[in-house]
Design a protein around this ligand. Structure first.
Ligand SMILES: [Zn+2]
Ligand SMILES: [Zn+2]
Length: 358
């Protein structure tokens, strides 16, 4: 496709320009997508404020960031056309990491650990633009009836699916989700679908806890703010009170903070599983109460990206069982991407998920 497009190019800490660039030309294995919605991820905020390097050769821009992409196929490469996988007009969403499929980790099917991955919006140009090109293997068709904004939630949803898969929820389990951002609130719903008996969500602000109740949590607790009606000083005690005196069977930590880590160990019972999902800072340490964890025979797991959970995420979207719209609290036009990032970073309390909508 010929011509120019509007795009937000990120250069360095707090410098991103709204500008005109040539529309990218899809290679023979690529699909050109007209972006309709692109979520603002916590990692986009980290890149913008320079607290996390890009995965480019030198860790820097210029790069169009944005990896939670949903849109319409505008053009396909020769090979894509020959195989008949996608055609112009198809509504699609994008799995951003493009693994090399050759490194030792890829060969062992650990594609989320690829040594040479090229991630859309992180190492190659992404979705804060009118168009983006992506390898066809990373493109997924959007189910009928799923809107573009919900479609842009597919990426964090696929990651949530992997975290919840690692949690190994059994029918009737009492599960605590620590952290009520968009991912935590999707996890709470996935955990319910998997047959948990009780789903309890904790957070440090009330607004996301209201949302947690709206999307089906059984109980919510604010673990830091004594002025909150949901406040508890002792999360283990609070859970025991509504759970027949027992602590949690499963805990998933959808945030990264000292208090969250401590709560995870404190609220989990003997034989429990804890999954750490939220992205910590480079220097963060998880302190494990050694004796209690060992003699409790607890299982600790970690969760990174979304290896082979995209099928599940798309299926969940098509079933329409998740409440995603209440999580999208703020939308911004393409020319206001910078403002959107700055807003999502601000101290404003009443927000969950921000999104660029075209
Ligand atoms: Zn993301
Ligand atoms: Zn690889």
């Amino acid at each position: 496709m010929k011509g120019n497009m509007s795009a937000n190019v990120f250069y360095e800490k707090e410098r991103m320009d709204f500008t005109q660039l040539p529309i990218p030309q899809p290679g023979e294995n690529e699909v050109l997508i007209r972006v309709k919605a692109c979520g603002i991820c916590g990692s986009d905020i980290a890149y913008y404020y320079g607290s996390s390097p890009l995965e480019t050769t030198d860790g820097k821009g210029p790069l169009i960031i944005g990896h939670e992409i949903c849109g319409e196929v505008a053009e396909v490469g020769r090979e894509v056309e020959r195989k008949g996988y996608f055609k112009p007009g198809d509504r699609v969403t994008v799995n951003p990491p493009q693994p090399c499929n050759v490194c030792a980790n890829c060969r062992k099917t650990k594609v989320n650990l690829c040594e040479h991955t090229r991630t859309v919006g992180v190492s190659v140009n992404g979705g804060f633009a009118e168009y983006v090109k992506v390898n066809y293997a990373n493109v997924f068709r959007l189910p009928d009836g799923v809107g573009y904004e919900e479609g842009a939630m597919a990426e964090p949803l696929a990651c949530a699916c992997y975290g919840v898969k690692n949690l190994d929820v059994k029918t009737g389990d009492t599960v605590v989700v620590i952290g009520a951002g968009a991912v935590g609130l999707m996890m709470a719903q996935l955990i319910r679908i998997r047959g948990a008996g009780r789903v309890i969500v904790t957070a440090t602000r009330d607004y996301p806890l209201h949302k947690a109740l709206e999307v089906g949590a059984d109980a919510v607790f604010n673990t830091v703010d004594p002025s909150s009606g949901y406040y508890t000083f002792d999360i283990r005690e609070a859970v025991a009170q509504i759970n027949g005196g027992m602590p949690a069977d499963k805990v998933i930590v959808a945030t990264a903070a000292k208090k969250a880590y401590a709560d995870a160990f404190h609220v989990s019972g003997k034989g429990s599983t804890i999954v750490f999902f939220g992205l910590p800072g480079e220097k963060d340490i998880i302190e494990v109460p050694a004796l209690e964890t060992l003699t409790g025979d607890k299982t600790l797991k970690f969760s990174w990206l979304a290896p082979f959970t995209w099928d599940e995420a798309i299926k969940v979207l098509s079933l329409g069982k998740l409440k995603l719209k209440p999580l999208i609290t703020h939308t911004f036009s393409l020319d206001r991407a910078r403002e959107g990032i700055e807003f999502m970073h601000s101290g404003k309390k009443e927000k969950i998920k921000g999104m660029i909508v075209l």
